[in-house]
Design a protein around this ligand. Structure first.
Ligand code: NAD
Length: 417
């Protein structure tokens, strides 16, 4: 039977601890979040009746700094998923060298079924319920699936009203006017494209860190997929396929991206755009290309379809798009996979910059944000690539090992084992 998302995460952690020949004590610290909250959030609906929602916050490890992680609003949110995502955040912050631990939160809700006022009440009630556990030096929430700048603004306001002072530095992903950072919106997609450039050179697809002349296929045309498409094209790539949940477009000569963006702005989905040929939502995964960027959801490349991947390089923009069985198949086939905890870390890196800027009340120009983001990702890619070569493991195991090594060292310095 396939392992659940949380058991898979624990197994990967344990493998990293063993491969690094660290004491079992390290795994004992890391295998469960330090704190898990389950909350009941009753709110008044617009028609006057009360409806209770279930919410979670998992704080995995604060050995390197305050907990950091998004809050998602989705009907499929479970405690198991939130716990696994909190571990991934610890690993992600560690692998790129941020002074943060990992956390994640969520509410079981379909936000499309709520009015704007109901959504506001729910957002405020959620942060109120976990108020004593968050703070700029405790736990710093951020947006995730189906949450955005507006939700962060409501949550920041709620905390600020309760504290009777502005505490905008407790959340990231806020609007610019309330202490947000330049570059946050495009950070994840830009980071994905930058990591793809570095990997393309490292694995001999290009002679420079660039995507010049490469064919890129992308699954998902949301925040991350669309920004990744834009920056891949800027780096010289031909984006030949993009899909969203309704369908996609494919043109082996390269899609007209400005036309695709314009179509999406009008129609919502690109499925029926009059460009190239129509393909299904999963089609980009199996099309001939140089770089495949899964930027939609978890569990898209599985043991069932890993054999049909025709890319020379996979860069994981989504969290968990490749199952561990599929990773193994791709490794055996010689297709490198840059793992999510490295490839999509651009978002949390710029969240870190937002936190720093808020603490100083001094805000940087967009170019400074982008330069620093690229530098951090370049260093992190170098560390992971070196571990991959030294230990002859795939990039995912290498990234986990780099991350766990830092966590273990900090734990030892603090006297935790
Ligand atoms: P989003 O909701 O803006 O976009 C998701 C896109 O995927 C949409 O275009 C949607 O239509 C498409 N999609 C959904 N199901 C699909 C399917 N079955 N086939 C093809 N396309 C499908 O979300 P996002 O913010 O772009 O996040 C995408 C992924 O990246 C998620 O896994 C998220 O956790 C991860 N991620 C996001 C950020 C960030 O800063 N937004 C940071 C790190 C990781």
């Amino acid at each position: 039977m396939a392992l659940g998302i949380y058991e898979e995460t624990q197994r990967a952690l344990q493998q990293a601890v063993e491969a690094l020949q660290l004491p079992e004590d390290v795994y004992e610290h890391l295998k469960e979040p330090q704190r898990v909250l389950t909350i009941n959030i009753p709110i008044r609906m617009d028609d006057g009746h009360i409806r209770a929602f279930t919410g979670f916050r998992a704080q995995h490890s604060n050995v390197l700094g305050p907990y950091k992680g998004g809050v998602r609003f989705h009907t499929s949110v479970t405690l198991e998923e939130v716990k696994a995502l909190s571990v991934w955040m610890s690993l992600k912050c560690s692998v790129v060298g941020l002074p943060f631990g990992g956390a994640k939160g969520g509410i079981v809700v379909d936000p499309e079924q709520l009015s704007a006022h109901e959504l506001e009440r729910l957002s405020r009630a959620y942060i109120r319920s976990i108020r004593e556990f968050v703070g700029f030096d405790k736990d710093i929430p951020a947006p995730d699936v189906n949450t955005n700048e507006q939700v962060m603004a409501w949550m920041s306001d709620e905390l600020s009203q309760l504290e009777e002072r502005n505490v905008f530095n407790t959340l990231t992903g806020k609007p610019l006017l309330l202490g947000g950072s330049q570059g946050r919106k495009e950070a994840t997609g830009l980071g994905v494209a930058h990591v793809a450039e570095l990997a393309a050179r490292a694995f001999g697809l290009t002679s420079e860190p660039s995507l010049q002349g490469l064919r890129v296929a992308i699954q998902g045309f949301g925040n991350v997929g669309s920004e990744a498409a834009r920056f891949c094209a800027q780096s010289g790539a031909k984006v030949i396929a993009i899909s969203d949940e309704k369908g996609g477009r494919y043109d082996p000569n390269g899609l007209d991206l400005p036309a695709l963006f314009a179509y999406r702005a009008e129609q919502g989905s690109i499925a029926a755009a009059p460009l190239g040929q129509a393909v299904g939502p999963a089609a980009p995964l199996a099309l001939p290309c140089d770089v495949l960027i899964p930027a939609a959801l978890e569990d898209q490349i599985t043991a069932d379809n890993a054999a049909s991947v025709q890319a020379r390089l996979v860069v994981e923009a989504a969290n968990g798009p490749t199952t561990s069985e599929a990773s193994e198949i791709l490794f055996q086939r010689g297709i490198p996979v840059v793992p999510d905890i490295l490839a999509n870390a651009g978002g949390v890196i710029v969240s870190y910059f937002e936190w720093v800027q808020d603490l100083e009340s001094y805000f940087w120009a967009r170019e400074d944000v982008i330069d620093r983001l690229k530098r951090i990702l370049t260093d992190a890619f170098g560390r992971v690539y070196a571990m991959h070569e030294r230990k002859a493991v795939d990039l995912r195991h290498a990234a986990y090992m780099v991350a766990v090594e830092r966590l273990a060292e900090a734990m030892q310095l603090r006297g935790w084992y």
